[in-house]
Design a protein around this ligand. Sequence first.
Ligand code: ZN
Length: 190
Amino acid sequence: MLDENEIIWIPNNNYFPRRNGYSPRYVIIHGTAGFTSAKAVAHFFKSTEGGNNPVSTHYIIGLDGELVKCIDEEQGAFGNGYVSGIPGTSGDSIHHDPWWSRAINPNYLTLSIEHVKLSKDNSDELTERQKHASFRLIRAICERHNIPKRKADAEGGITGHFSMDPINRHFCPGPYPWEELFAFLASSTL
Ligand SMILES: [Zn+2]
């Protein structure tokens, strides 16, 4: 199981209180496209408080597996602000998955996890430690919120930022071991 004592808390105020009444249904995977540590990303989020473009995610996972939390899960983070493109099947830099709507802020419906990647284009693979921390965190989140432990569909699940913002975030998260994640979630207890 995920040991909650492993989590480092570096909070910021960039969130939608109580998700405006919605419940989370999706886990969204991101890559940082730069930065060298989870703590550095958390301090960056905090530095954007009150600015023109405040940003945040619930969690950040470092290359060493370090797990930093910035936003409580019951709040909506500022990680998934914009639905771009046209409805269809995501993954082609044109279409967003059909269940996203510009009428509902996707941050109300999502929990977001950043993964530190050194490359500006997010082309790096996760490290083994990062992958292990990511899989365990996702499983814990899904179980806490009854989010389906599978690739996202209209009922909920897990996907990347590209799913809702194919125009600006087609490279987010970049490489992620999706098949390995879903196999892990199906077999459980590691
Ligand atoms: Zn992203």
